[in-house]
Design a binder for this molecule. Structure first.
Ligand code: ZN
Length: 237
């Protein structure tokens, strides 16, 4: 089990940690700032720095078998550090921050577009959500404008926790049908965008919608009778 520092503070760029496991899949630490692939958000890249000056490039981060287990995937051929070694674990912050901005933007998209979300993906500089909506009712320019209003309004964004029973009593909190929130651990992490959106999410987000910057809907694809894929990018690169 890894202590997941990004859960409470998505802005942590590095931490000291101890290596507790190394195998063919990757490196496990006692705590980490690296987000593992999940909930539509890709895993972090970065580096593990050893006290002797050696550095292990990390090209991906994935979940392990156990609850809260995080596996740091080293670059192919990298010399692996020994179990017990102290390291400084440092994420590629520029990339992570873009992912946080886009991830938060997709929550806003849920609020702008009426209809159930059936899937989605956060990419570096772009993202998409699939909505269960019929016909050609969605307007690209109107959605772009709606998103940019919510961004400019500067809503605060913060996680909060509720217990499983409370979530069961409020099924409307679950907007994403394809990603069921992890229940059974006693409590569920919700992401609240003040006055805009509240839903279970384990990902990393910016603290305020203004930090997202201007965005643009690039295209709306027809992916079946009731499935519309909405693609979004940062405006101006
Ligand atoms: Zn989220």
């Amino acid at each position: 089990m890894t202590e997941l520092l990004f859960r409470d503070d998505g802005y942590l760029r590095s931490t000291t940690a101890r290596i507790v496991g190394v195998d063919e899949r990757g490196i496990r630490l006692d705590r980490t700032v690296f987000y593992p692939t999940g909930g539509g958000q890709p895993g972090d890249c970065g580096v593990l720095r050893l006290s002797g000056g050696a550095a292990v490039p990390i090209v991906d981060t994935i979940k392990g078998d156990g609850l809260d287990e995080v596996v740091h995937v080293p670059a192919p051929g990298a010399a692996l550090p020994p179990v017990g070694a102290e390291v400084t674990a440092e994420i590629d912050w520029e990339r992570r921050h873009r992912l946080m901005r886009m991830h938060t933007c997709l929550h806003l998209l849920c609020a702008v577009v009426p209809g159930a979300v059936t899937g989605g993906s956060v990419g570096d500089g772009r993202g998409r959500l699939d909505f269960d909506v019929p016909g050609a009712s969605l307007d690209k320019d109107a959605i772009t404008a709606g998103l940019n209003v919510l961004i400019a309004e500067g809503h605060s964004v913060a996680p909060r926790w509720i217990d499983d029973a409370e979530l069961e009593a409020h099924p409307e909190l679950v907007r994403t049908m394809s990603v069921k929130p992890p229940t059974g651990a006693g409590k569920v992490r919700l992401l609240e965008i003040d006055g805009v959106d509240l839903q279970p999410c384990g990902g990393t987000h910016v603290k305020n919608t203004a930090e997202i910057g201007l965005v643009e809907i690039t295209k709306i694809e027809n992916k079946g009778r009731q499935n519309r894929r909405i693609n979004v990018t940062f405006a101006g690169g």
